[in-house]
Design a protein around this ligand. Structure first.
Ligand SMILES: C[S@@+](CC[C@H](N)C(=O)[O-])C[C@H]1O[C@@H](n2cnc3c(N)ncnc32)[C@H](O)[C@@H]1O
Length: 202
């Protein structure tokens, strides 16, 4: 039992039931720290935060904001993007007149859907030929993704992008060009609770 008399296992169970989260790397200490930070943010006690978790989806999602590690980067797993470029023309030959639809779930801060768009454009596919749905449960991350502003100090991939025709220089580093940002359908949502109409579409 922790200081609030609620076993962390119950909180883990809620994370699994509501968000499909099931991972061993989430230690009691990480949970305790996240709950503490959330309590400060909401100006509540940790006990009150924990009491509200089962019935308050806003508080649960805010807890996720303190737990998620939005590990991502541009062209992460480069072989996936090379594969996409290698098959896309064959796909259009087989699916004449159709749009290719790609889902990036979860998209975190947007690097993955932007990398997909840049790969398709690089392969000579135009905007009318593709749609990208990009979903994440974290509102701050989706908002950052929509802005498409990235520091170029993060890693070599970010610095290299400055030479790309798909970005503009920005005081903070770079910004993805407006036509690409506006083309991606960013969605704030929980994949485990998306309506069937959305799931059928992807
Ligand atoms: C490691 S990042 C994803 C990175 C990206 N797909 C990539 O490989 O570059 C994990 C993300 O999952 C999101 N997430 C976790 N549970 C989710 C859920 N149930 N529905 C939607 N997004 C979720 C988190 O907010 C976080 O941004």
């Amino acid at each position: 039992m922790n200081s609030t008399n609620m076993p962390f296992s119950l909180i883990r169970q809620q994370l699994f039931e509501h968000y499909g989260w099931e991972f061993d790397s989430l230690t009691d200490r990480m949970l305790d720290t996240a709950l503490g930070l959330l309590a400060i943010e909401l100006q509540l006690t940790k006990t009150d935060v924990i009491k509200q978790l089962p019935n308050n989806s806003q508080i649960r999602e805010k807890l996720l904001d303190h737990l998620v590690i939005p590990e991502t980067s541009f062209f992460r797993y480069p072989e996936s993007f090379a594969f996409l470029k290698s098959i896309v023309h064959k796909w259009f030959l087989k699916n004449k007149g159709k749009k290719i639809r790609i889902a990036s779930i979860p998209c975190a801060t947007g690097e993955e859907p932007y990398s997909i768009a840049m790969s398709l454009l690089d392969a000579g596919i135009n905007f009318e030929q593709f749609e990208i749905d990009a979903l994440d449960i974290s509102l701050p991350l989706i908002q950052k993704a929509q802005l498409g502003i990235y520091s170029t100090n993060k890693s070599i991939q970010y610095t290299q992008l400055l030479n790309s025709k798909y970005v503009d220089k920005h005081p903070a580093g770079l910004q993805i060009k407006t036509n690409i940002r506006k083309h991606i359908n960013f969605i704030h949502g929980n994949i485990t609770q998306m309506p069937a109409t959305f799931l059928k579409k992807i």
